[in-house]
Design a protein around this ligand. Structure first.
Ligand SMILES: [Zn+2]
Length: 187
């Protein structure tokens, strides 16, 4: 009990001090709102170049290897020199060993064309019924992180098109898909 007494005194002193301070200055919790920007289009609005990229992503879904999920994703990237590359999800019986379409595409692009920035990436998917999804398909968190690395590596914003049959979402750069980014500046 002897040890307890001083701590109680200390608590009382602190409580007293707190009462002397303007309550507003003690308000340290703040709620903030982070906005991201994206555009929506109906497919008919897209430029010929975007239609070409989107169709490449759609076609890539037919090269998907998805015997487990039966969810076929395709991605297509337009590189700075105009080259189009595409990829699809590649699954594995050991599930974590598989890879998403977005990373398949970006890793291929950077390994085959290491000096070319990725200017745009389109993503499309077909569901278990084999039909293309009506709504845009969002990439997983791991793919967003890889997109960020590719964008940082080339110091070039990567425009991303999330493609549904009814609507297409466009973001101008990866940060709009991945706020509070972790990048090499923290290392
Ligand atoms: Zn992914």
């Amino acid at each position: 009990m002897k040890n307890l007494a001083p701590s109680l005194v200390s608590l009382a002193k602190n409580a007293y001090i707190c009462r002397q301070i303007n309550p507003k200055s003690l308000t340290i919790m703040q709620e903030k709102v982070l906005q991201i920007r994206y555009r929506t289009y109906v497919p008919q609005e897209m430029s010929a170049a975007d239609v070409e990229l989107i169709n490449a992503a759609r076609q890539a879904t037919y090269r998907s290897y998805a015997p487990y999920s039966h969810f076929s994703v395709g991605a297509a990237a337009r590189l700075a020199d105009g080259t189009l590359v595409s990829g699809s999800n590649q699954e594995n019986a050991a599930y974590p060993s598989g890879l998403c379409a977005e990373r398949t595409t970006l890793f291929y692009a950077n390994s085959r064309y290491p000096d070319q920035a990725v200017e745009a990436l389109a993503i499309a998917a077909r569901g278990t019924d084999g039909a293309f999804l009506n709504q845009p398909i969002p990439p997983c968190g791991a793919c967003r992180q890889v997109m960020l690395e590719v964008q940082s590596r080339h110091q070039h914003p990567m425009r991303i098109l999330l493609c549904g049959e009814e609507v297409i979402y466009e973001v101008a750069c990866v940060e709009d898909l991945l706020p509070f980014t972790f990048n090499s500046s923290f290392l």
